[in-house]
Design a protein around this ligand. Sequence first.
Ligand SMILES: *Cc1c(COP(=O)(O)O)cnc(C)c1O
Length: 413
Amino acid sequence: MDYALDKLTTPCYLIDLGLLKKNLEILKDVQARTGCKILLAQKGYAAWSTYDLCSQYLAGTAASSLHEAKLGAEYFKGELHLCAPAYRDDEMDEYLRIVNHIVFNSFAQWNRFKSKIQNASRKIACGLRINPMHSEVETKIYDPCAPGSRLGIPPDVFKRGTGILPVNHGQDGHATDENPLDGITGLHFHTLCELNTDSLARTLAVVEKQFGETIEKMDRVNFGGGHHITRPDYDVDLLCELITDFHKRYPNLKTIYLEPGEAVALNTGVLVASVLDIVRNDIDIAILDTSASAHMPDVLEMPYRPTIIGGGQGDTGLKPAKHGQGWPSHKKYTYRLAGSTCLAGDVIGDYSFDKPLAVGNKLVFGDMAHYTMVKNTMFNGVNLPDIVLYDPDTDKYKLQRRFTYDDFKNRLS
Ligand SMILES: *Cc1c(COP(=O)(O)O)cnc(C)c1O
């Protein structure tokens, strides 16, 4: 996509509403074919100025904090599901006013809030997050099934908690004199990250083996997020088959939910930046008005090397290896692209170009709508990129948000 870069002030995140719609159509089609409901996981994408559009296609939002829940309630028409590792006593009343579903991460949390929820003026469906302890994710910090994980009730604890295995008194933190599943009508698992249907198929097999007899008593199962549904090579047909077959095996289920974040906004936005300076230290280094650390933190955290439109792979030959080693330069002029914070490691990666870079050149980083705006920081006082909405139908660029000194100041004191 060629954007009118001369119209844009940098740095900016540009969300392409046409590409967003394309993803939403795919997700809507999955819902239509299977009867499942798809929620937007706001953790990955929470550009609320597009929620009106998203809510025309998706069933609602998933929130993991009070602020996400409030944002979903305020801007997204649809269901609001809550799922977090633990809830604070002093936030529950507010949750009970806005959410429809609450997923608890332990029997103890469920028991702590059960009577409050059952006495609430609104009806709220409750579920438990389970952890099949079956790892599909290779990057450890993104694997909810890694040894010692706090995310979801593991099979042995669940079986003791529900009386399938003898109870270890005092260890599982629940009252044993009543049915611990009384009031629980859903199960939830989230174990994937950027994965295809083969991973979901293997996960479902383990989930059914470990939790099948409880699934038979539930109204709902939530398959979580991490399904890369809108990626070109994703097997949408197999996803639909897996959902439909699961439903057939558990006819008691009213609804199967998915809650992707990344798949909603995958490849729907770019980050446009400008070259501020070019310095040399054995290699050519372009300093940009953006930052890996502040504006695209997953580049350092995941880590990964974002694509650049019109830029080829590059290898300056210098470490750190993860930033380019193994990618021979495809084009004539190779640069290390680095950020404008004072962090030594604020490096985006090594890239090559057909022409030498010059101060003022604009560079366009691909796939920057998800896990960027939701987790960027004002580290070093570096301002956040503008948020711009591009509508291909009208060919208009709308400056949705520009951040200021006050935004920096107001989160400090
Ligand atoms: C992160 C998360 C999601 C969304 O994951 P994506 O990889 O963005 O699809 C959904 N549910 C839960 C509980 C999560 O923690």
